[in-house]
Design a protein around this ligand. Sequence first.
Ligand code: PMP
Length: 426
Amino acid sequence: MTSRNHQLFEQSQQYIPGGVNSPVRAFKSVGGEPVFFQRGEGAYFWDADGKQYIDYVGSWGPLILGHAHPDVVKTVQAVVQNGLTFGAPTEAELDIAKLICQLLPSIEQVRLVSSGTEAGMSVIRLARGFTGRSKIIKFEGCYHGHDDSLLVKAGSGALTFGNPSSAGVPAETAGHTIVLDFNDIAGVEEAFNKWGKEIAAVIVEPVAGNMNLIAPKADFLAKLRALCTQNGSVLIFDEVMTGFRVGLGCAQGLYQIKPDLTALGKVIGGGMPMAAFGGRRDIMQYLAPLGPVYQAGTLSGNPVAVAAGLATLKLIQAPGFYDRLADRTRQLVDGLSATAKNHGIDFCAQSIGGMFGLYFSKDIPTSFAEVMQCDKAAFNRFFHAMLEEGVYFAPSAFEAGFVSAMHGDAELNKTLSAAEKIFKSW
Ligand code: PMP
């Protein structure tokens, strides 16, 4: 019998390019066909054939409270009855803006948008408008959404002007983007020596989560801070993924670095399309209608999205929330590592707060080059075997994973016994 998943994928490919509305969903990296989902609850979701999975993707990060958290759902249900959008300001936008500014001392003013891409695109334009400079520095393997300037990666050279990593990005646009190696401060120093006063901004994922998970080396972020200050460049932390994921103070709180601008997304929208960017008041005041940098959105600050975000941000402030989340995530990676070690498999894993990385390699990678050396074929085999066992990891060896507050002992034990079964007959 043909599965419903398979039928849906076949039909979707007729009407949607690749059958998906965002490329990594298509399972190109791991092979096979994507799973279509119909329902989620807590740490679990169910596919179109009714099969249950433990979810370690959480919609790529937003679902820190698991699927369909009753408080979030209730709040959203109450709010939708009053209208879906006004395109005019609401009190709830003030509430969430205040809360974001309270939780993140680096943010004096904040503006809401609808996706991380918009946040990334807007902070770059704002930094350029504020400094009157064009060049930006980004790091290979860091993803900041699909804005033209940011959709650029380096060749293998240590320091090169980027080539676009997508067709449709003009070389002239990519030419303003300097792509360097994450965790290589010497490369950044060199770039500043060469182009210092031309560099508008450095944008970085403070914990890189779009090339699996790469932790920042001690001092890497502090040195970026110092170089930006010395050169009058804007330091941008893209915390779309790490924001309220690695801790209540985000990565900037964890590492005690104050960026000039921050991009937020995922968790702050509680599963609805909402993101934000904010930072120093003097920079934020360059935005229209006050200043010359244009930025706008019909659905920006959408009341339903804001309600879901507020409900989520309320719950994550519970005492001990992040300690429990970090412990749980650590138990997962420690358990997986121990199981693999027992069976002599080159595998390691690490976590930061509620995000984690799995690596088929002897050591934990600290750079883009090292992460590329991981055994991708082994990951793909592991991914499919776990999927079969009802455990859903990100369908790519180069994505971080996420644990929610709803992942408890039962889910952890089930995951670890599935891994034991797979590694035993590896
Ligand atoms: N920045 C980072 C660090 C991200 O992880 C992502 C999405 N994975 C984005 C930006 C883009 O966000 P969105 O997909 O909401 O446009």
